[in-house]
Design a protein around this ligand. Sequence first.
Ligand code: OGA
Ligand code: ZN
Length: 364
Amino acid sequence: MTRAEIDKNDCLVIYEDQFSNYHLHPLWLRERVTDPEFLDSNNYQRLYEPSLITQNITIKNFSIEKEILKIKFSDGVEGSFLLNVLINELKQKDIIPDKKPWKNEFENLPIYDFKSLNEAKVFLDLLSDFQELGFVIVKNTSAEEGTVVKFAEMFGPVRTTNFGKHFDVVSKPQANDLAYTSLGIKAHTDNPYRKPMPGIQILHCISNEAKGGDSSLVDGYAVAEYLKINEPEMFEILTTTDVLFKFVDKDIILENYGKLIELDHNGKYLQSRFSGRLDYVPYLEPSQLEKFYSARKKLFHLYESEEFELNFRLDSGMLMMFDNIRVLHGRTEYDVNTGFRHLQGCYIDHDSTEGKLRRLKSNL
Ligand code: OGA
Ligand code: ZN
C-alpha cells in the first residue's frame, strides 16, 4: 500500500516502497487535476493556463483509499489521482517496450502474415516486435505496385522526399543512387544526409527473379553495445566524431553531419549512421584519424559478421519494415540477365508506430 505525508516544505511525499519516495510540489499536482472543468474531455488538453495558478498554492488535506489519492488544494480545487498513473509518470515509464538488442540467432523471425493484420491483437504484436527488435517482415501482401504506400498508411503518413512518395528499387541506367543499380550494397542506414534522417523504411518486393539480390539486416544497437563493452576506445571515437554525409544529383545537394553511433546526454544509445558510399570523414590530426579508421573498419566488419548480420530473401509479396536509425540493411549483388528484380520503398516516422502502439495498448 502506498503511503504519503506532507513534508516541511508543504510537498506531498509519496512512499512507493521502502526504497523509493517522491517529494511532489503542490503545483505539480494541481496541474494534473483532470476534472472536466479543467481538462477538455474530448482531447485531454488543459482549459486554463497553468502558469497563472498561484505559485504558493498548498495542500489543505489529502487521503489515499484503494490507491486513489484525493487532494484538496488551498485554492479550493479538489482532485483525485490514480497512484499508479502518477508513479509511472514519475518513473518516466513508457507504455511501449524498450529496445531489445539482437544477434543473428533467431529461433523464430518476427514474420507476420498480412492477412492476419486486421486482428487488433496481431497488429499490436507486430508493433511491439517492431519496437523491441527494430524490424518485422510481412508475407502475403501482394505483388502489386503501390502496396508499399498502402501498407505504410496503415501506420501513418508517408514521408515524401526528393525520391518521391515512394521509390522504385530497380536497376536503371545513369542511376542517381547505387540502390538503383544491380551492385551489392553493404549494411547501411538510408539517407544519413537528411535533416532529420527518415525514421522507418519499408521495402516491398514486387519481383525478385534474378540470381542474387538477397537481403540483410543488422542491429546497430546490439553492435554498439558490443563495442562499448569490448572496444571502449573505438566506441569513444565513433560516438564523438562528426562525419559528413552527402547526396548529390542534378537537382539537389543534401548534407548533414552526425556520429556513426550517437548517444544521448546520459550516454544511452540513440542511433546509428552508416553508409560507406556517401560518408566524408572530417579533417583530424593523423593519429586521431588512424584511430577513427580502425574503429570504422571494426564497425564495418561487425555489421557484416555472421554473429550479427541476419540474411534472408524477400520473395514477391513480402516486405520488411525496419527502424532506419537503428537497424542497417543491405543486399547482395544481382545479375540483371537472370531475371527481373523490383522493390518499392518508402519512409514513415517513428511517431506513427510508437503512437499507434501507445493508442492500442491504452485501449486494452
Ligand atoms: C535501398 C536499398 C536494398 C535492396 O533502396 O535503400 O538499400 O534490396 N535497397 O535493393
Ligand atoms: Zn538502402
